[in-house]
Design a protein around this ligand. Structure first.
Ligand code: HEM
Length: 447
């Protein structure tokens, strides 16, 4: 006779599953609305069906903490993120054995060390000056596009060096876009299905490898040694003394660009939209930035720490519009949370967009409040994840976005050119972004 474990309750199942696809189509069409509905209907723990892949959504700081504290051999990131493998390449990050992934992550860290970061603020400010030099006294722009372009340049410049920055051709951007479009929510289920967008993703990966390998060869032939990530990758050694192959170097480049680019560009776009939706703060923002430039002409890492209102804007934008909303793990060993048991083979998922609207931690959650106090529970805000896989680029991302706004607000005022509600949240790939057009007006300040 089998004993019945009365301490375990069945996980509430979200309504509306249909046939073998279950909730898959609704999730792919409207992932954020679907996860909000799952939480509203079932509470802190809910289960849904992604075309056969049972997935458990966990919401709230207690649940987040249990998720982030679970060991890798129980809740596993690599198994859940296999859709990244065709993008970064076999043998890189989640396509590599855990021991190699750990060593690759250690190599990535080297580009984000404090002594590297102190150079980045000035580089970003220089890029912004270049970016605004032809703007004139006033005009209008699509800032989703503009920030995508700007942060591709700032990230490439800071992390991969001047050489690759100035080789950023139209082809590079196209290839990068093809990789990006290969990461739709459906890839979570099967990144290898026969789809035109996935075919283009694979072609783009191959071509990018040719371009990066060419750069590496040319540096080696000319004996050039630069102070950037590419150099770090070229010189890095695994613990057994072997070096990264060109395939791995390309994967490391794509991995870092992917992790940092759209996440930062959308944070910048939402921050600007929220500034223009809340123009009552412009006078104080300008005063804060003017005081900063009055003390020093060049932006420094330290100066960027002393701008609380701007910081509040960025933090609140990350709360209301977190770029990454599917934080996922595969259950490799049975996982228990409170009265619930999640079986091996299922996925467990967190969604910052849902979690950041819990009124117990964020009173009046739909109100944008740049002066909102951070919740005491560190697991309430999860825009950068938590635990051992927490974002290693968060300091760089914040530095970059703050540096962009210091340079922009020093010169210009901004206003919406569409209705405040016409800037909608959309998630065609795994990153949340504003809908297009995302147009705003700018006007030179009279100091
Ligand atoms: C606003 C910007 C950013 C946001 C919102 C963000 C968000 C996140 C989140 C939520 C995770 C955890 C994923 C998980 O646990 O499954 C993560 C991990 C990571 N992020 Fe970021 N990120 C940002 C910028 C960056 C930048 C600029 C870089 C690099 C330059 C970067 C590099 C990474 C890496 C390498 C990981 C994986 C860490 C690991 O697996 O241990 N991120 N990021």
């Amino acid at each position: 006779m089998t004993a019945i474990d009365i301490s375990t309750r069945p996980i509430p199942f979200v309504s509306g599953a249909s046939g073998p696809a279950g909730h898959f189509d609704e999730f792919c069409d409207r992932p954020l609305e679907f996860m909000a509905r799952a939480y509203k209907e079932c509470g802190e723990v809910s289960e849904f069906d992604m075309a056969g892949l049972r997935t458990v959504l966990m919401v709230g700081p207690e649940a987040h903490e249990a998720f982030f504290r679970a060991p890798d051999d129980q809740l596993n990131a690599a198994a859940a993120y296999q859709m990244m493998v065709p993008v970064f390449g076999e043998g890189v990050q989640f396509g590599a054995p855990p021991e190699i992934e750990r060593q690759q992550l250690r190599i990535q860290y080297q580009g984000l060390k404090y002594e590297k970061m102190i150079n980045y603020a000035a580089l970003v400010a220089g890029e912004v000056e270049e970016f605004i030099k032809d703007w004139g006294d006033e005009g209008e722009k699509d800032f989703y596009e503009a920030f995508t372009d700007l942060t591709l340049k700032t990230s490439t410049h800071c992390l991969l060096g001047s050489e690759l920055r100035y080789q950023l051709t139209h082809e590079f951007e196209e290839l990068y876009g093809d990789l990006d479009r290969g990461l739709d929510p459906a890839a979570l289920r099967d990144p290898y299905q026969a789809k035109e967008s996935y075919r283009k993703r694979d072609l783009a990966r191959t071509r990018l490898q040719e371009l990066v390998s060419h750069s590496v060869r040319s540096r080696r032939d000319r004996g050039v040694v630069s102070n950037d990530m590419l150099q770090i990758y070229m010189e890095a050694q695994y613990e057994d003394g072997t070096k990264l192959t060109d395939h791995e170097i390309t994967g490391m480049v794509i991995w870092f660009m992917f992790a940092g680019h759209h996440t930062s560009s959308n944070t910048a776009a939402w921050t600007l939209v929220e500034m223009a939706r809340n123009p009552q703060y412009f006078a104080d923002l300008h005063a804060e930035i003017d005081a900063l430039y009055a003390k020093q002409k060049e932006l420094s890492m330290n100066a960027l720490r002393d701008i609380p209102l701007l910081e509040g804007f960025v933090r609140e934008s990350l709360r209301l519009h977190p770029p990454l909303n599917v934080i996922s793990r595969r259950v490799l060993k049975e996982f228990t949370y409170k009265d619930y048991t999640v079986d091996v083979g299922k996925n467990v998922m967190l969604c910052p967009h849902v979690a950041h609207k819990l009124p117990d931690y964020f009173p009046n959650p739909d109100v944008f409040d740049p002066k909102r106090a951070a919740p005491e529970n560190v697991f309430a805000s999860i825009a950068f994840g938590g635990g051992k896989h927490k974002c290693i680029g968060n300091a760089f991302a914040l530095l970059q976005v703050r540096a962009i706004f210091c340079a922009l607000l020093r010169e210009y005022d901004f206003a919406l050119s569409q209705g405040p509600e016409d800037y909608k949240e959309v998630m065609p790939t795994l990153i949340l972004r504003p809908s297009e057009p995302c147009r705003l007006r700018y006007k030179r300040r009279t100091h």
